[in-house]
Design a protein around this ligand. Structure first.
Ligand SMILES: Nc1ncnc2c1ncn2[C@@H]1O[C@H](COP(=O)(O)OP(=O)(O)OP(=O)(O)O)[C@@H](O)[C@H]1O
Ligand SMILES: [Mg+2]
Length: 245
């Protein structure tokens, strides 16, 4: 049975979709059958990021309407064996119920080791409930103070709901953070958000270059190293958090 991992943030643009695409790629490259489900309705981007633009025959909207089984609607991503995606409905106004999404997640658990959920921001609404009920929440914050503060608001909400497992990803970190004199900055962010750190992703131009073109992230890039480490940590390995890049 798989783990459902929700990727979320308080502030928009923190890097949720990028992290879903690159972490999904890293998990799949390490041999884990991985599915990305895009729950950002009307704002589909995963097809572009994963190089399957124009190849989407069915999406989550069709599954929610009962037109097709979720497993059949998921598309194999050519970038990596083991990676599949179920894209967001193109209709931003589609009405969804938490129980329908959770039924889809439960149905898909038997096929995949990891199910990554990409989300939109927002503390109200059914997607927030789906995130709160997932097995692991990856809360993404950039190093900007506004992003850190909004991440804290989210983590407080999750704690209020009794969510036990949330982990922080600090995204778009500057190179300084990976040197010793930047570790205080990391500590400050972790203390402000109040969530245990699972990884630090550097600001790396190779990342938007790969997601913008739908091509694989080069294995010699700083970004790839960071996502590979987070993937290993999710699988239970003990890895350095802010490995030198
Ligand atoms: N580590 C990184 N290095 C460089 N650029 C990055 C990194 N992470 C994300 N970006 C860039 O930041 C921008 C926002 O990223 P992304 O779309 O993944 O954020 P998001 O949280 O999904 O946004 P939204 O809230 O709109 O869904 C994109 O242009 C993306 O390429
Ligand atoms: Mg997004």
């Amino acid at each position: 049975m798989s783990d459902v991992i929700a990727v979320t943030s308080g502030k928009g643009g923190a890097g949720k979709s990028t992290i879903c695409a690159c972490l999904g790629y890293a998990l799949a490259k390490q041999g884990a059958r991985t599915l990305i489900i895009e729950l950002d309705f009307g704002m589909r981007c995963m097809d572009l990021m994963l190089g399957i633009d124009g190849k989407i025959e069915h999406d989550l909207g069709d599954v929610l309407k009962g037109e097709i089984d979720a497993y059949k609607a998921a598309i194999d991503v050519k970038l990596a064996t083991n990676l599949s995606v179920l894209c967001a409905p193109s209709d931003p106004y589609i009405q969804i119920k938490v129980k329908d999404i959770e039924k889809i997640l439960d149905d898909m658990r038997k096929y995949f080791e990891y199910i990554l959920i990409d989300t939109s921001v927002g503390i109200n609404g059914p997607i927030f409930d789906v995130v709160a009920n997932s097995d692991l929440i990856l809360l993404v914050s950039s190093i900007e103070p506004t992003s850190v503060r909004d991440a804290r608001m989210m983590s407080d909400e999750f704690y209020k709901r009794g969510t036990k497992k949330q982990r922080l990803i600090i995204n778009k970190a500057s190179r300084k953070v990976f040197d010793n004199d930047g570790l205080d900055d990391l500590d400050m962010i972790i203390d402000s958000v109040g969530v245990q750190l699972i990884g630090v992703v550097p600001e790396d131009p190779a990342i938007p270059m790969s997601t913008g073109k739908g091509i694989a992230l080069g294995s010699n890039t700083d970004g790839f190293a960071a996502f590979s480490n987070i993937a290993r940590r999710i699988k239970g390995a003990s890895m350095p958090i802010a490995a030198k890049v």
